[in-house]
Design a binder for this molecule. Structure first.
Ligand code: PLP
Ligand code: COI
Length: 353
């Protein structure tokens, strides 16, 4: 694939690691390419990071035709740059595209664009412990008409942002509120697609939780309002009576790549793991009886994030005395070890740039 390159004339500098936070600073360039029904994907270019001009009738502005992905580039101790399971993100983005009637991107084209762009921006991959370059590919429908239909024009962009930890707590346990009013998704809806609208619709509950001092909400299923689904930006797992349980993938939660990797890791290490329905009653009982030993969220941005407190209908449940559990710490160490190249990758997950 041909990618034209225009270099910035005013390069920025990588900020000091302790000031990074999440998604506030962007690198010098972005990748962009266009789609239309006649030409397919075309006009691929790397250009200076800039605003995107849109027609006021552009589909995305009215009907929310937008999907995105999130992955990271990690700098190893030797100074090399590597990705974590990028094909998983590429395939998930195409599944989201299918759900939202946006065009597919051929896998080899997507990978080539991603690798060439990250290679081009690799000086922006930070090296301090716990920092990485967050990669945000996204696609939006860009027809210049107000009719509601699947789109004939789309734009695909990759932007990158050097990041530290997603939560201000870092690896310290977060407090999560179980949402009993709003719902995030139902089967047959868009819950398993990574589309912008899912996040827009979840902001109201997130804001209510934040006002009460919680980091995010834990969603219950949209039909019975009874079964645990996932947290705002991560999947969720519990260790109950020695067994790791996590909600099964039934169409309404995001099939997280971190979730999948942790399950593969746990199974390889011989842990008892089950993907199934987990009701709020089961969780409350386990919390009351003290059999809920650990809880954590997992995601690209959030990595492995211990949950120290859950709140449901104003009742507060502290987990593991509000401290990170042994297994949570082990998962964090192993996963980040593989991602940053400090632990041998026995799974073939790492993709070297
Ligand atoms: N669930 C939601 C709603 C998310 O936004 C994310 C983050 O991408 C995840 C789960 C975790 O997915 P992954 O591990 O692929 O980043
Ligand atoms: C990610 O972990 O990559 C995500 O997309 C979460 C995001 C909503 C911050």
């Amino acid at each position: 694939m041909e990618i034209s390159i225009t270099k910035t004339t005013c390069p920025g500098t990588l900020p000091e690691a302790s000031t990074l936070g999440f998604g506030k600073v962007f690198t010098d360039h972005m990748f962009i390419m266009e789609y239309n029904a006649e030409k397919g994907w075309h006009d691929a270019k790397i250009v200076p990071f800039q605003k995107i001009a849109l027609h006021p009738a552009s589909t995305v502005l009215h009907y929310g035709s937008e999907i995105f992905e999130g992955l990271k580039a990690y700098r190893t101790l030797e100074g090399n740059v590597q990705l974590f399971r990028p094909m998983e993100n590429i395939r998930r983005m195409n599944r989201s595209a299918e759900r939202m009637c946006l065009p597919q991107i051929p896998e080899d084209m997507f990978l080539e664009a991603l690798v060439k762009f990250i290679d081009f921006e690799k000086d922006w991959v930070p090296s301090a412990t716990g920092t990485s370059l967050y990669i945000r590919p996204f696609m939006f429908g860009n027809d210049e008409t107000l009719g509601v239909h699947s789109v004939k024009n789309a734009t695909f962009v990759i932007i990158t942002s050097p990041v530290g930890s997603y939560y201000k707590e870092g690896i310290n346990p977060v407090r999560i509120m179980i949402e009993d009013e709003d719902v995030r998704a139902v089967r047959g809806g868009t819950g398993e697609a990574k589309c912008g609208g899912n996040y827009a619709a979840s902001n109201r509950a997130g804001e209510r939780a934040e006002k009460k001092g919680y980091s995010q909400v834990l969603w219950l299923d949209g039909v019975h309002r009874k079964y645990i689904e996932e947290v705002g930006a991560m999947n969720v797992m519990f260790k109950i009576n020695g067994e790791v349980v996590t909600p099964m993938l039934a169409g309404s939660i995001l099939p997280g790549i971190t979730r999948k990797s942790i399950l593969e890791l746990l199974r390889k290490e011989g842990y008892k793991v089950s993907e199934r329905l987990i009701s709020i009653e089961e969780l409350a009982k386990a919390l009351e009886e003290g059999t809920l030993e650990e809880a954590w969220g997992c995601g690209t941005a959030a990595v492995v994030s211990p949950i120290g407190e859950l709140c449901y209908k104003d009742k507060k449940y502290v987990i593991n005395n509000g401290k990170i559990g042994k297994l949570t710490q082990h998962l964090y160490d192993t996963l980040t070890g593989i991602q940053w190249g400090r632990v041998e990758d026995q799974f073939g997950w790492v993709y070297k740039i």
